[in-house]
Design a protein around this ligand. Structure first.
Ligand code: SAM
Length: 163
């Protein structure tokens, strides 16, 4: 893990407020070939290696219907990230960008998302391509890619609001 006292030229770190429990639960863990952040892709690719989403009990029945979709959105907790940088220098060249203008893993709530290709389902394991996270990264959620998903529930008023 990067030591939180270390900042690159131009970067700004802040004192992190005490974490409050947002009520998140890890619904599984992600198994990937990568054990070093330096070897991990910056963004996953759909022709990348097959990775395993191991779903924990009691969430295994929630996999039902996932195989209807070819693309899924995976949401995960980048657990080894520091969380205190507001300005970052991704290129380490004195030039900085605000954290919210980046997809850096370093952010106040280190949530990562990827659109992945479904490869298959084996019991409690969903096999996908397109991830970019370390082995053992905690899994927060799994949902159909919004482009493929049509709501099953009937429409409601807000669906027709414009402006
Ligand atoms: N695709 C996600 C997104 O856009 O939200 C994550 C992108 S982030 C740039 C991917 C990088 O995060 C990897 O290249 C690696 O350096 C780092 N990373 C991956 N898994 C991590 C983990 N569990 N904890 C901390 N950093 C991680």
């Amino acid at each position: 893990m990067v030591r939180e006292s270390e900042v690159r030229e131009g970067e700004i770190a802040v004192d992190m407020p005490a974490a409050r429990d947002a009520g998140l639960v890890f619904i599984g863990r992600i198994r990937t070939p990568w054990t070093s952040r330096l070897m991990t892709p910056r963004q996953g690719r759909h022709d990348g290696p097959v990775c395993r989403l191991e779903i924990f009990e009691p969430w295994v029945p929630a996999i039902k219907g996932v195989d209807f979709y070819s693309n899924l959105e995976v949401i995960y907790w980048l657990h080894q990230s520091r969380r205190d940088l507001v300005l970052q220098s991704p290129k380490n060249n004195k030039s900085t960008r605000g954290t919210f203008s980046l997809r850096s893993p370093v952010r106040p709530n280190p949530i990562g998302t990827s659109i992945v290709k479904l490869v298959g389902i084996e019991g409690n394991v969903v096999l996908v391509r397109g991830l970019d996270c370390l082995d053992e990264t905690p899994l927060l959620d799994l949902k159909p890619d919004r482009c493929e998903f049509t709501p099953l529930a009937p429409p409601q008023a807000g669906d027709f609001e414009t402006e």
